[in-house]
Design a protein around this ligand. Structure first.
Ligand SMILES: [Zn+2]
Ligand SMILES: [Zn+2]
Length: 321
C-alpha cells in the first residue's frame, strides 16, 4: 500500500473520530453540525480551493522555483531517515507559521489575507480550512518547496500534509479537552479557539499552530482559564464580513456591504442559488416520504408500521410549521 493511501485512510478515520468527539464532549454546547458557513468551508475552501491550489503549487510554482535555482539539494540530507526529515520540516515550518501569523495580525495589508480565517462565528474542526487563497499559496509554497528543493524523500510530503490536516482539525475542533502539562508544548483547541474569539486581549496572542511552545517562548500566550462565551459577538470578527466565497476574496481587495449588492437581480439570484437548491432537495425528500406514507393501507399494515407511519406524519407536519 502506498504512503498516500495510508495517510488518506488515517485522515478519514481522524475526521470520523473528531466528529464523534465534538458530539460527545463539545467545548461550546449546542453548536450544530451544519453550522453557519458549513457549505462554504466544505465545498469552496476544503474541496475546490484545495484542489486547484495543489495543482498550482506542485505543478507550477515549485517546478518554476526549481528550474530557476538549478540545485539538487543537500547531499547530507539524503542520509537522514524519513522520520528525521519530517521532524525537521515540522519544527522549522511551524516556527515560520508562528512568525508569519503574528505578522498578519500586526500588518494591515497582511491582515487582508488572514481575516477570512477569523470570520467564522461557529468554529469547529472544519473551520481551519477557511483561509484566503493568497495565504494558502504563500504558506504552502514556503512549506513544500523546501521539501522538494532540498532533496527530501518524496514520502515526506504526504506525511507532512497529513500532520497538517490532523493538527489543523484538532486545534479548531469544538471539543472540551485538557492536555495538562502537554499544553505548554502541543497546541490545543482551548488555546486556538480563544484565538478565534472576538476579544481585544487575544487579538495579538495564541499564534501557534502545531506547537504552542512558540507562544510560551515569545510571551504571546493567552490562557484565562475560562471560555469566551456562547454569543455570536464573542466569536469571529468585530465587523461585518461577506458570507460568499468570492465576495470574501473581493472584500480583501475592496471593502463593501454584501447585503447592499442584493439590489442587483443577478447577484440575488446567484446568492440565493445554494439555499434554494437545498430547499428544493429537502422538499423533494419530504414529498417522497409523504408518498411512502400514503402507500401504507391501514388494513395491510402491522401495528408497528402504523405507529411508525403516524410518527413520520407528525414529524413532517412539525417540519412544515
Ligand atoms: Zn490569526
Ligand atoms: Zn485558526
Amino acid at each position: 500500500m502506498s504512503v498516500l493511501a495510508i495517510t488518506t485512510i488515517i485522515l478519514i478515520c481522524w475526521i470520523v473520530f473528531i466528529i464523534a468527539w465534538e458530539r460527545i464532549s463539545p467545548y461550546r454546547k449546542g453548536l450544530p453540525f451544519f453550522r453557519e458557513g458549513f457549505w462554504v468551508d466544505l465545498v469552496w475552501y476544503t474541496l475546490i480551493q484545495s484542489y486547484f491550489l495543489k495543482i498550482l503549487i506542485f505543478n507550477f510554482i515549485i517546478p518554476s522555483i526549481q528550474s530557476i535555482l538549478h540545485w539538487h539539494g543537500f547531499a547530507f540530507f539524503k542520509t537522514w531517515t524519513i522520520a528525521e526529515q519530517v521532524l525537521f520540516f515540522l519544527v522549522t515550518h511551524d516556527l515560520y507559521i508562528y512568525l508569519f501569523h503574528r505578522l498578519q495580525h500586526s500588518s494591515k495589508l497582511l491582515w487582508r489575507t488572514h481575516e477570512a480565517h477569523h470570520s467564522g462565528k461557529q468554529v469547529d474542526f472544519m473551520a481551519g480550512a477557511r483561509s484566503h487563497v493568497l495565504e494558502i499559496i504563500i504558506n504552502q509554497t514556503i512549506e513544500f518547496a523546501p521539501i522538494v528543493i532540498m532533496g527530501a524523500h518524496p514520502e515526506v510530503i504526504p506525511i507532512k500534509a497529513l500532520l497538517d490536516a490532523v493538527q489543523g482539525m484538532f486545534i479548531h475542533a469544538n471539543i472540551n479537552v485538557k492536555l495538562g502539562k502537554l499544553k505548554y508544548f502541543l497546541n490545543t483547541p482551548e488555546l486556538h479557539l480563544w484565538h478565534h474569539a472576538n476579544y481585544r486581549e487575544v487579538f495579538h496572542a495564541n499564534f501557534s499552530t502545531k506547537f504552542s511552545v512558540w507562544d510560551y517562548l515569545f510571551g504571546t500566550v493567552y490562557d484565562p482559564g475560562h471560555k469566551p462565551g456562547d454569543n455570536p459577538e464573542n466569536w469571529g470578527l468585530y465587523y461585518e464580513y461577506p458570507r460568499d466565497y468570492f465576495m470574501q476574496h473581493a472584500f480583501s481587495v475592496k471593502r463593501f456591504d454584501e447585503q447592499a449588492l442584493l439590489k442587483y437581480k443577478w447577484f440575488k439570484h446567484y446568492y440565493e442559488l445554494r439555499p434554494n437548491l437545498m430547499r428544493w432537495v429537502k422538499n423533494l425528500f419530504r414529498s417522497k416520504k409523504s408518498a411512502t406514507i400514503v402507500q401504507i393501507h391501514p388494513t395491510d399494515a402491522s401495528p408497528a408500521e402504523l405507529i411508525a407511519a403516524d410518527a413520520n406524519e407528525n414529524l413532517i407536519s412539525c417540519g412544515n410549521n
